[in-house]
Ligand binder design. Structure first.
Ligand code: ZN
Length: 149
């Protein structure tokens, strides 16, 4: 059976229902606090099936990649907010310590990610942005605001 999110057909749901109905143990079990505590203690320490085992580095790498980018269930693609698009661009294309307009050396934390698109729509495209110092960013935004009128 596949893991994760997948569509269950009506027949599949019916089959699962019948299986669970026939399962006395599963249908009659009541998860009281005591039972949960008993089960918790039963799989502690040496009793845990994974005790003493470790995931291999290659396995960890796979687990990291499985939910990355557009494989992540929370991936919104083009519907992402302006804020998260800015964060995405900053994370994937970090600034190099220079204002792209006046070429001054500025610590990366003080460089602002300025949207240079005419329609001001925020995307994940690196070419729609410039890293600017605060004065240059203000100048750019004022120019855009004034030319729009
Ligand atoms: Zn500048």
């Amino acid at each position: 059976m596949p893991r994760g999110v997948y569509k269950r057909s009506k027949e599949h749901k019916q089959k699962m229902r019948l299986i669970m109905l026939g399962n006395d143990y599963a249908s009659n079990i009541v998860y009281t606090k005591e039972l949960r505590e008993k089960r918790r203690i039963n799989s502690l320490g040496k009793n845990n099936p994974f005790y003493g085992k470790h995931h291999t580095e290659s396995n960890k790498q796979v687990m990291r990649q499985v939910n990355q980018g557009n494989n992540n269930p929370n991936w919104k693609g083009d519907n992402a907010s302006s804020q998260s698009n800015h964060a995405y661009v900053r994370r994937n294309y970090p600034p190099n310590g220079n204002c792209q307009s006046c070429k001054k050396q500025i610590p990366n934390d003080y460089l602002e990610l300025a949207n240079i698109r005419d329609d001001r729509v925020c995307t994940k495209n690196r070419n729609d942005y410039q890293y600017l110092c605060k004065p240059c960013h203000r100048k750019l935004d004022n120019i855009i605001r004034n030319t729009k009128r």
